[in-house]
Design a binder for this molecule. Structure first.
Ligand SMILES: Cc1cc2nc3c(=O)[nH]c(=O)nc-3n(C[C@H](O)[C@H](O)[C@H](O)COP(=O)(O)OP(=O)(O)OC[C@H]3O[C@@H](n4cnc5c(N)ncnc54)[C@H](O)[C@@H]3O)c2cc1C
Length: 509
C-alpha cells in the first residue's frame, strides 16, 4: 500500500480493458499514425487480468497445440486491408511453424490457435516498441469504471483494479470478450454447488478432473465442446465422454477448395424477414449444388450482408431468428477444421464418446456426493427417459449473453451507476453505431466504448477476426483526439495531481 508521498493515480488518454484480439488491435491502431486526421493518444493503458493473455485473449491463449483456428490462415490477417498478413507472418517465421510440426502452409491451412496468439502478441510488441513508451501494459482485473471526481464534469474515468490500484483515463474501451457459460437452468439447481459440476470449460483444473478415470458429461456440442474433446483425447485415462445438446448438432466441417459464390444480395435491398432470406438461401444452395459447390459457399457469400440484414429486421423477426434458426445457423456459419471433426469421429468409433440429442431434466448428486445422476429426455421419444451416472458434468453451452446474470463486478457496477444497459434482446450491451455504450436512458457516451461480443445485439456477427479487425480499426479512428477535445494529457495529469491527496495506492506493475 502507498504512503502519502507515493499515492497517486496515473492517467492515460485511453484505457483499454481486455488485451485479447480486440483490445490489442485497438491499441495497435492507436499507436500508429492515424490515416484520417486527429491526434493519436499520447498515453494508452492496456489492462488485462490474465498476465499470459496479452495479445492472445481466451481463444489464442490456449495451452493446447491441438486447438486449431476455425478460419483458414489466409483469412486471419489482423488488418482489414491485409487479410493475408497472418499467412505472410507464418511464411516469415519458419522457426515458429516448425515448433508445431507444420509442413507446407498455404491459405487453406488451419493453424494452431497458439501460433495465432504468437502472431498477435508479436504485433503488439512491435507496435509498443515503435511507439516508445506510449503504451503501458497493466496486469490486473478492472472491477470498476466510474466517473472521476476531478476535473468536475470533465467526463474523465477512474478505473479501479481488483487489488485496489486505480488509474484515470479520458476514454475507456471495454474489450472484454465473452463471459463463461451461464449455469443450466433446471428446476432443482442444487447441483450448481456440487464440486462435480465444472462450470469453467477452459480452466486447467477442469481438464485435470475430466482426465481422471470415470465417465463425464459435456453439456453443449459447439466449438468449446470440440476443444475439450481434443484436449482430452490423449489425456483421459479411462471412461466414456457423453455429450448432450438439444439439437444434437456439432459445428460442420469446412470443405477445402470451394470457389467463392457470387454475391446474391444487394445492400440496401435486403429481405426484411427471416423466412424471405431462408427462401433465397435455399434456392442459391440448390444452384450451388448443381454446380458442384455447396451451402458453405452460399453461407459465406452472406457474410458481408449479415449485419445489415440483422439491423433491418424488426425486433419480432430477430426474436424469430433466435428462437427458430440460431441453433442451425451457428454450426453452419461457425465451422470447424476437418481435422478437428475427424478427431471427434475417431473418439466415437473407439466408443470413448457417445452423443445424445435431448433435453436435461435433472442432475443430482448420488452415492454420497461421489457421482452425479443425469436424467435426460431423448429427442423424439416422448415420455421416455435416459439416465447417465457420471463423475463430472462440464458446462460447454456457450457464453452467457444476458449481462444481468453475469455477476461480473465491472458490468454490475456499470449497470448500477446507470452507465450501461443491456440491448433489447439481451445478447450483450446496448451500443451506438460507433461502439459507444448507451446509458440507462439510452444516451450514447462520448467516452466509454466497447467492441466485439458485447455488440452482438446490434450486429449479430461480431465475434470472429474478420469482423473484429474492422471494429478495432474504426474504433481507434474514433478515439484519435480531435481538436475540440478538452481531455488532453496535461488536463488529465492536472486532475490526477489535484486528487493525489485522496486515498490511493502506489502504482506498480
Ligand atoms: C475457443 C475459441 C476459438 C475461436 N477460434 C476462432 C478462430 O479460429 N477464428 C476467429 O476468427 N475467431 C475465433 N474465435 C472467436 C474469438 O473469440 C475472436 O477471434 C477473438 O479472439 C475475440 O477477442 P476479444 O479480444 O474480443 O475477446 P477475448 O479473446 O476473450 O479477450 C478478452 C480479454 O479481456 C480480458 N478481460 C475480461 N474482463 C476483464 C477485466 N475486468 N479486467 C481485465 N481484463 C479483462 C480477458 O482476460 C481476455 O483476455 C474463437 C473463440 C473461441 C472462444
Amino acid at each position: 500500500m502507498a504512503n502519502e508521498d507515493t499515492a497517486f493515480e496515473p492517467s492515460y488518454e485511453v484505457a483499454i480493458i481486455g488485451a485479447g484480439f480486440s483490445g490489442s488491435l485497438t491499441a495497435i491502431h492507436l499507436l500508429a499514425a492515424p490515416e484520417g486526421g486527429g491526434t493519436p493518444p499520447a498515453t494508452i493503458a492496456l489492462v488485462e487480468k490474465e498476465v499470459s493473455a496479452f495479445g492472445r485473449g481466451v481463444a489464442y491463449g490456449t495451452p493446447c497445440a491441438r486447438h486449431l483456428l476455425n478460419v483458414p490462415a489466409g483469412k486471419m490477417g489482423a488488418f482489414p486491408d491485409r487479410p493475408d498478413d497472418f499467412l505472410r507472418w507464418l511464411h516469415a517465421h519458419p522457426e515458429a511453424t516448425a515448433e508445431f510440426g507444420l509442413g507446407e502452409i498455404d491459405a487453406g491451412t488451419f493453424a494452431p490457435r497458439m501460433l495465432y496468439g504468437k502472431y498477435v502478441a508479436s504485433l503488439l510488441d512491435e507496435a509498443a516498441a515503435r511507439a516508445g513508451g506510449r503504451l503501458r501494459r497493466i496486469a490486473g482485473e478492472a472491477v470498476d469504471v466510474a466517473p472521476a471526481d476531478l476535473p468536475e464534469g470533465s467526463g474523465a474515468w477512474r478505473v479501479e483494479l481488483a487489488d485496489g490500484r486505480r488509474l484515470r483515463a479520458g476514454r475507456v474501451v471495454l474489450a472484454l470478450g465473452t463471459f463463461p457459460p451461464g449455469d443450466p437452468r433446471l428446476r432443482d439447481s442444487r447441483f450448481h454447488r456440487s464440486p462435480r459440476y465444472l462450470y469453467s470449460p477452459w480452466s486447467a483444473e477442469t481438464h485435470e478432473r475430466l482426465a481422471a478415470p470415470g465417465d463425464a458429461l459435456i453439456l453443449g456440442s459447439g466449438l468449446t465442446c470440440l476443444d475439450l474433446l481434443l484436449t482430452l483425447q490423449n489425456h483421459k485415462r479411462a471412461g466414456v465422454l457423453h455429450v448432450v445438446s438439444r439439437h444434437g448438432l456439432f459445428p460442420q466441417p469446412h470443405r477445402a477448395g470451394l470457389a467463392p459464390w457470387p454475391a446474391f444480395l444487394n445492400a440496401g435491398e435486403l429481405p426484411r424477414t427471416v423466412r424471405a432470406l431462408l427462401r433465397i438461401v435455399r434456392e442459391q444452395t440448390r444452384q450451388a449444388q448443381a454446380q458442384g459447390s455447396d451451402w458453405r459457399a452460399v453461407i459465406d457469400a452472406l457474410r458481408p450482408f449479415t449485419q445489415e440484414f440483422w439491423q433491418g429486421l424488426s425486433r419480432a423477426e430477430r426474436r424469430r431468428f433466435l428462437r427458430h434458426l440460431r441453433a442451425r445457423w451457428e454450426p453452419h456459419r461457425h465451422r470447424a477444421a476437418p481435422e478437428v471433426l475427424a478427431a471427434k469421429e475417431e473418439l466415437e468409433r473407439a466408443g470413448a464418446l457417445v452423443c445424445h440429442r435431448g433435453r436435461i431434466e435433472r442432475i443430482t448428486e448420488v452415492e454420497g456426493g461421489s457421482a452425479l445422476e443425469v436424467v435426460l429426455q431423448p429427442h423424439g421419444r416422448a415420455g421416455q427417459r435416459e439416465t447417465l451416472r457420471v463423475s463430472h458434468v462440464v458446462n460447454c453451452t456457450g457464453p452467457e449473453c444476458n449481462y444481468h446474470r453475469l455477476g461480473d463486478p465491472l458490468i454490475t457496477g456499470l449497470f448500477s451507476r446507470g452507465l450501461a444497459r443491456p440491448d433489447a434482446l439481451m445478447l450483450g450491451l446496448d451500443v451506438a453505431p460507433d461502439g459507444a455504450l448507451r446509458d440507462v436512458g439510452g444516451v450514447a457516451s462520448r467516452r466509454l466504448f466497447t467492441l466485439g461480443s458485447p455488440q452482438k445485439g446490434r450486429l449479430l456477427e461480431t465475434t470472429a477476426v474478420p469482423e473484429l479487425r474492422c471494429q478495432a480499426r474504426d474504433l481507434a479512428a474514433r478515439l484519435y483526439r480531435q481538436e475540440e477535445d478538452d481531455l488532453t494529457p496535461d488536463a488529465l495529469a492536472e486532475a490526477a495531481a489535484a486528487s493525489s491527496s485522496e486515498e490511493g495506492f502506489a502504482f506498480e506493475i
